[in-house]
Write a protein that binds this ligand. Structure first.
Ligand code: COA
Length: 378
């Protein structure tokens, strides 16, 4: 096989059909089940978007009420899981603890081999309901605090703040979080979704597929970028320093976290909506720190676009937004998982509805075939 036939990183390779979402780089747009993400973020709560991603249609009020009731009923972790989480090694990254906790849920659910669509849907909602509590419990335990139980009177996003901090912030802050959940929910065959589909295609099971997807999302070239963005902003330090920092970073050929995208080449469709929510939140928070990060973000963005023509991706406004909401930096990618679980599981169900084992070819470049020399004669 000629090198030119190999699509390194599977770049540009179309591997299957999907009806879940459509990424349109030529117009910088993204739709979930035919609806533009900007429209969804403006008019719908994340619960409606989750329902849409799984069911293909937006819910009526009655269907939404049923769906929310099911999510609330599925909240709650077993005492065993919380006991295991108390034993996690100090300093373990929250994405690693989340990966282990989801794998543990798989042990408890005991349906790894059950691929019936209704069972997969039930398990998808169960994961969506439980993941926020895993993230919140992990945060509290690592800070020497006791877990806070979910509040059945609170919606998905409000309840997450409650389980982390024991209170719910201003509506603009909750809205910014909810918008981020909608924008992170689904993005076609990205690395973690493809990982989930590959694992599902061997009929391994939904918990294995989600555990693998978490492992994939953890990397800084994928979901981990929202954390890397915040580390970068902290390194930049002040808004005044931002332009000089960026020029120096580009001169020394640094990869600038939160910029660039494999598919979008002239802007990420989700960025304007997230940036608007970030700004509304900064205005409500009103602290010097919040304004400084906003100014810094703008300067870095303008400098990068002017110098390299490379645009920010969703992680660029999401990172500082989560930081200003009070979340610790290593929680940012687990928060992404709380949203992307909807897209991953929709893809797992789609894969299994018409399954074909995913198994590409490779171009062998090792030694030519040779004979084994017995150990004493080598
Ligand atoms: N900072 C600096 N230069 C960048 C860049 C960035 N964030 N993203 C792309 N480039 C440059 C590359 O250096 C390369 O330049 P060259 O041709 O002179 O070598 C060119 O743009 C193409 O980049 P490449 O890495 O080949 O594109 P890709 O499609 O493989 O990579 C990403 C896409 C997302 C992996 C890449 O843009 C990146 O690493 N971004 C930072 C991490 C990030 O934010 N990830 C979240 C993605 S949603």
């Amino acid at each position: 096989m000629a090198d030119s036939d190999i699509k390194y990183g599977l770049a540009g390779v179309m591997t299957d059909d999907t009806a879940v979402s459509k990424v349109m780089p030529e117009t910088n747009s993204l739709t979930y089940r035919g609806y533009a993400v900007q429209d969804l973020a403006e008019h719908c709560r994340f619960e409606e978007v989750a329902y849409l991603i799984w069911n293909g249609e937006l819910p009526t009020q009655g269907k939404l009420d049923e769906f929310i009731a099911q999510e609330k009923a599925d909240r709650g972790l077993s005492d065993d899981l919380i006991a295991v989480m108390r034993k996690f090694p100090e300093g373990a990254h929250p994405m690693a603890t989340l990966r282990t906790a989801v794998s543990f849920l798989g042990l408890e659910a005991d349906i790894e081999g059950d691929h019936a669509t209704d069972r997969l849907y039930e398990r998808s909602i169960s994961l969506y309901a439980k993941l926020p509590q895993i993230v919140a419990v992990d945060y509290r335990l690592r800070n020497g605090l006791e877990p806070i139980a979910p509040d059945p009177d609170l919606g998905f996003s409000e309840n997450f703040f409650h389980m982390c901090f024991g209170k719910v912030p201003a509506p603009e802050v909750v809205k910014c979080f909810d918008v981020s959940m909608t924008l992170y929910a689904e993005h076609s065959f990205n690395a973690s979704t493809f990982t989930a589909r590959v694992i599902a295609s061997s009929l391994s099971g939904i918990y294995s597929a989600v555990t693998g997807a978490i492992g994939s999302l953890k990397g800084p070239l994928h979901g981990g970028a929202n954390e890397a963005v915040m580390h970068m902003l902290k390194e930049v330090g002040t808004a005044e320093n931002a332009r000089a920092w960026m020029l120096d970073a580009l001169a020394t050929k640094k990869k600038i976290m939160g910029f660039g995208h494999r598919v979008y080449r002239s802007g990420d469709s989700r960025v304007p909506t997230m940036t608007q929510a970030y700004k509304a939140m900064v205005d409500i928070i009103g602290t010097d720190e919040a304004k400084m990060y906003w100014d810094m973000s703008r300067i870095l963005d303008e400098t990068m676009v002017a110098q390299k023509g490379i645009y920010p991706n969703l992680d660029f406004p999401a990172g500082p937004s989560y930081y200003l909401m009070g979340f610790e930096i290593p929680m940012f990618t687990p928060i992404f998982v709380m949203s992307r679980i909807t897209g991953w599981t929709a893809h797992i169900m789609e894969q299994l509805a018409d399954n074909k084992l995913i198994r590409p070819l490779s171009n062998y470049t090792g030694p030519a075939q040779r004979e084994v020399v017995p150990i004493g004669q080598r």
